[in-house]
Design a protein around this ligand. Structure first.
Ligand code: FES
Length: 145
């Protein structure tokens, strides 16, 4: 599914459930903050709010799935039902694309393993955490926050 920009349709306030969208059906999973611009989902990349990432139903509970939003590669995990977390899918070791399996985020290039709950490195050569992206879920769809 191609990600698309909802910014023209929804203001940040609406996406955050503070405006026209009620609190019911809205869950917020703030996972951290981003810093500086980039274009591949690597460290410091910024995504504006309101970008559709994909349906919650595509992210298995206890697992994750990769998405790409405006050229930024993300791995979205759901450690427990309703807890949606998004991280850069770019390995902090040498930049390969990571993916979630066996309840961890893994890089097949040199076997780095990251936590699916906070992006911190668990084992392997990577010594930096995967960048966290704040997300929001509205009506079963994950958006950047
Ligand atoms: S690039 Fe991921 S472990 Fe080396």
């Amino acid at each position: 599914m191609a990600a698309r920009n909802l910014t023209p349709k929804l203001s940040r306030r609406e996406v955050l459930g503070l405006g026209a969208i009620g609190a019911a059906g809205v869950a917020i999973a703030m996972t951290g903050c981003s810093a500086e611009a980039g274009d591949s989902g690597g460290a410091g990349n910024v995504l504006k709010s309101g970008l559709e990432i994909g349906p919650v139903a595509d992210v298995p509970v206890g697992g994750g799935r990769n998405f790409e939003v405006e050229g930024t590669k993300l791995v979205v995990t759901q450690p427990t039902e309703g807890e949606l977390l998004a991280f850069s899918a770019i390995c902090t070791h040498e930049g390969c694309v990571v993916g979630c399996r066996d309840k961890e985020i893994r890089c097949d290039c040199h076997s780095a393993v990251f936590s699916m709950t906070d992006g911190e490195p668990i084992s392997g050569p990577a010594d930096g955490a995967l960048q966290n992206y704040p997300v929001i879920v509205t009506d079963g769809v994950i958006y950047t926050a």
